[in-house]
Write a protein that binds this ligand. Sequence first.
Ligand code: N01
Length: 524
Amino acid sequence: MLHRIRGLGMTARVLERGDDVGGTWYWNRYPGARCDIESIDYSYSFDESLTREWRWTERYATQPEILAYLQHAADRFDLRRDITFNTTVLTADWDDAANAWTLRCDTGDTVRATYCVMATGCLSVVKQPDFPGLSDFAGEWYHTGRWPHQPVDFTDKSVAVIGTGSSGIQVIPRIAAVARQLYVLQRTPNYSMPAQNRPLDEVELEAAIATFAERRKICEYSDAGVPHPPPTQSTFEVSPDERRARFEEGWQRGGINALSAAFTDFFTNEAANKEAQDFARAKIRQIVRDPHTAELLCPNHHIGTKRTCVDIGYFETYNRDNVELIDVRAHPISRITRTGIQLSDRHLDVDGIVFAIGYDAITGALADIDIRGTGGRLLRDYWANGPRTLLGLQIAGFPNLFTITGPGSPSVLSNMVVSIEQHVDWISDCLRHLRESGFNRIEASPEAEQRWMEHVAELAAETLYPQANSWYVGANIPGKPRVLMPYVAGCGQYRHECEQVVKNGYDGFILGAGPITVSEGART
Ligand code: N01
């Protein structure tokens, strides 16, 4: 976004909580952290020479490699000189008369700007562990989403991991490999597909780079922002043997869409979804030797309606003698003690606890800042019954505020890099259009926002997503309104809708001209 804004000849200041760039890849340094979108597709596309020169080393990049890539991009485009690090934005106030935002930071600094772009992330506010007694614990404890910058050594220690989502499923095999004893405290089992990770050889990488532009175009108009051909048949159009063969082929290929890419009705037809569930449960029973543990690991929600995980040796980890799975629904956590975790019926002595308990997703980072729009309306209050946006890009009553991958856009249901780049381009084009048209103010009309929200909800209702207690619907945060927040009809359809809005002269947005009070009226 910063690079694009500079390209428009505008000035910008980026405010960042961390002490360096990287966002999710800056904070999530836990052992085993890596992306589950293939590295070549989890890359920027805006600069051809960057694409040509960067060498990804594995099919799925590790956290250190992605962080190095982002740091490299920051250096290459000389971004740091316009970024203020170690700064948390506390409030953002819209001043209608001045046509400007004022941001106040925890450092005491104030920034004033005509436009404000929230690139605050969908999974950046961690769910705090609020277990009673945690302050008594004499050992070490960590949240996967706030992992220390220094190495953590669990060698020969007794460790508990709480949570079995994507983060837990990545960290568990790595801790099991070094710890004396690992207890995995599971509330809800999850589906996980094998990564089938491997080194990227030169030939494969070069071929991917040579065809990158076409490959990225396919991603942009695909469902999930990845370049795989969409399924053409529904589940029951083929024989049971053919069905199993397709699932097996997906499992051997690996990756997040190993099963979901097999048939067209995976997310919409319960019976079809159950076929994939049965296949995944059979795999778990095949891999995990102890039948009781295997049953505990078998999920029973519709597959894909909670984020499918991707792993390297996750289920195999339960065949180790030093690993024990504990079902905390049957044996609830009563409290943390000085020496470990008190369950309803036993005490676990541990030296360390890892909380892999997730995030206040999608709206958390925006709700964390006191954002006040026209008439002093607080965004948190406006969203009390669930987030409302137009295209996930703007909010009625909050002029000149843009949200990158906001609720109501594909965001977390897609390859985030593809979706982020789309929003960055859309916002940059919009800023250019405003300037060229003599405007300096834009906001979503309440009617267009209402229509968009109805459209997003109608699409959601056609799928199985709303049925699961997932963070997609806010179910992991007590009191959060239950609304399926992302747009479910895929990146391609969403992109067409965004393009149509622009073609129709920013249909649904109100464009205007206000006073110019910030230098050149162009600061973002
Ligand atoms: O968090 P989660 P995450 N007591 O919310 C459990 C992305 N990501 O950090 O399901 C006991 O998915 C909770 O149980 P339940 C990806 O989009 C990507 O793992 O609520 N347990 C659940 O098992 C992912 O979806 C990558 O019953 C408690 C777990 O903690 C998203 O980030 C890697 C509990 C939380 O799972 C979030 O993943 C990592 C409690 N009080 C993350 N509270 C890759 O790219 C929560 N839990 C590979």
